[in-house]
Design a protein around this ligand. Structure first.
Ligand code: PEP
Ligand code: MG
Length: 561
């Protein structure tokens, strides 16, 4: 039996057969000509047949899909028959180009043209690039890029997943995710947790496992085992049985001795918010507003924004909704705010800093938030991402004040803000620890990189110290302003207990994790949580911190968490 060890990022134990995500389609060489044995007519006929079959395949998948996935697939299917795309490719073939090179170049120019048109048309630009890659794959007789289509369930193995892959990822078919790259804070990890799929990232060597191999995946332990044993089968069955207990949160975040810790949800829009409310979330601890506009080339109007924000507020009447202003930059570029050519975007003009280079957008967003907040019953708090100094916190608070927003706050995700939290908090009403970025910046380790996964975990004692210092800063400031956590750390039930022990007042996570975190939190008293926090802080490294705390929480093993 061979084991692959990675980093477990979403719990669950399953047995299944694997499918490898096809490699991206490579660009046909520039200037590639028609083969001597092929006439232009034959190449044109081949291209049309390939385009037709790409269309038919996408259409068939769209017919079976629903929601966002269906819309994405339908739009992409239509693009495969786009006359402008095919006509310009045929022209290139008639001038001597190979069919593959012709569709590649035609796709590039149509995509650029759509991009330049802006608005809705610009949103179709990436569909064209997807379609041209599919047509080239069809012409080459290799598997189409993207998540494999299948009627039977499988465990998806990939190098990493892009945000766009989520739209076509059907959790009824994909039963677990394992990647050779990607870190614990990567998109794969975030996607897996939000879909409730067991997942392991940074498992080196898994790309070599042949399609169809039966494996056992343990998303808590971070392992993939070939040749599953009887013990694995029993564990997989037990996970299915436990899944029912872990599916529903009772809406009451508390320790065993009644210390209340509201459990909130991280959402990206109205649909997530409605789902989170249905899963028992006690409010929203992080509304990532940039997720509403990732596809936009131009700044959304104030009224468009107000409508998007109201969609989330309306799901939580009378409850707290913490909205974060646009966190554009690094892994979440917004063309109207960020510069795609920055050499080091994670350390660049990102989040609140975009107000230095594109003034006006933040002010208009605050205006939109105030309009939406006025029209709903939700208790709206507003925070800025990537705050680094007390002066920035003060300026953001005064901008909120000018817009009529009552409760301004900051994300603490840059180590300087954690280290000076008393001065930062003097100007605002609350702070929320973004442990994903706090970890990447404290450890100087890109959160997206698989090879740095061991550094990039919030179990690092250095990161836990920064959490402790942030909470201490709040006490020092005098008023004990609330400090929440809205990074992925809050979704790890063992780490959630440690965070409560460190003194954070709320935990916000993907709604799917609420029940697991709520269940584990109820098994410890506040004093025990504080003891576990001391234990984690005293560990020499992240691995020991995690192992020592987990050993004191046997319920995790019982539930497969
Ligand atoms: C974080 O950095 O922890 C966070 C919650 O923000 P994001 O993941 O959106 O950068
Ligand atoms: Mg962040």
């Amino acid at each position: 039996m061979q084991n692959f060890q990675g980093v477990g990022v979403s719990p669950g134990r399953v047995i299944g057969t694997i499918r490898q995500m096809p490699k991206p389609v490579s660009e046909p060489p520039s200037g590639e000509l028609l083969a001597a044995s092929t006439t232009a007519e034959e190449a044109v006929a081949g291209l049309k047949a390939a385009a037709q079959s790409v269309h038919d395949e996408l259409k068939a998948r769209a017919d079976k899909a629903s929601g966002d996935g269906k819309a994405v697939l339908e739009a992409t299917a239509l693009m495969a028959k786009d006359t402008m795309l095919l006509k310009s490719a045929i022209k290139l073939i008639n001038n001597g180009s190979s069919a593959e090179r012709a569709i590649w170049e035609a796709g590039a120019s149509v995509s650029e043209m759509l991009h330049n048109l802006g608005g809705y048309m610009a949103e179709r630009a990436t569909d064209v690039l997807d379609v041209r890659a599919r047509i080239v794959a069809e012409l080459r007789g290799v598997p189409a890029p993207g998540i494999p289509a299948s009627d039977s369930p499988f465990i998806l193995v990939a190098e990493d997943l892009a945000p766009a892959d989520t739209a076509t990822l059907d959790p009824a078919v994909v039963t677990a995710l394992v990647t050779s790259g990607g870190g614990p804070q990567s998109h794969t990890a975030i996607i897996a947790r939000s879909l409730g799929l067991p997942a392991v990232v940074a498992a080196r060597g898994v790309d070599e496992i042949p399609d169809g191999t039966e494996v056992f995946v343990d998303g808590a332990a971070g392992t993939l085992s070939l040749e599953p044993t009887e013990e694995h089968r029993t564990a997989a069955l037990a996970w299915v049985a436990n899944a029912a207990t872990l599916a529903v949160f009772d809406g009451n975040g508390t320790t065993a001795d009644g210390h209340l810790v509201p459990l909130l949800a991280n959402v990206g829009g109205a649909k997530d918010a409605a789902a989170a409310a249905a899963l028992g979330a006690q409010g929203v601890g992080l509304f990532r507003t940039e997720f509403c506009f990732l596809e936009r080339d131009t700044e959304p109007t104030v009224l468009e924004q107000a409508a998007a924000y109201r969609g989330v507020f309306d799901a939580f009447p009378g409850k707290k909704v913490v909205l974060r202003t646009l966190d554009a930059g690094a892994d979440k570029p917004l063309p109207f705010l960020t510069d795609a050519t920055e050499p080091n975007p994670a350390l660049g003009v990102r989040g609140y800093r975009t107000d230095f280079t594109t003034p006006g957008v933040l002010g208009r967003q605050l205006e939109a938030i105030a309009i939406a907040a006025d029209e709903t019953e939700a208790e709206v708090w507003v925070m800025a991402p990537m705050i680094s100094t007390a002066a920035e916190a003060a300026r953001f608070a005064s901008m909120c004040d000018a817009a009529g927003i009552k409760t301004p706050g900051v994300m603490v995700e840059v180590p300087s803000a954690a280290l000076t939290s008393a001065s930062v908090l003097r100007h605002v009403g609350f702070a929320s620890l973004g442990t994903n970025d706090l970890t990447q910046y404290a450890m100087a380790a890109d959160r997206q990189l698989g090879p740095l996964a061991e550094l990039n975990t919030p179990w690092q004692p250095a990161v836990l110290r920064l959490v402790q210092l942030t909470v201490a800063g709040s006490a020092e400031e005098g008023s004990g302003k609330p400090i929440g956590v809205c990074g992925e750390a809050a979704a790890d039930p063992a780490l959630a207990v440690v965070l409560v022990g460190l003194g954070v007042s709320t935990l916000s996570m993907t709604a799917r994790s609420l029940a697991a975190v709520g269940t584990v939190l109820k098994t410890v008293t506040l004093e025990q949580a504080q003891e576990l926090a001391r234990l984690a802080l005293s560990a020499p490294d992240a691995l020991d911190a995690k192992a020592w705390v987990r050993a004191k929480l046997p319920i995790l093993e019982e539930l497969g968490l």
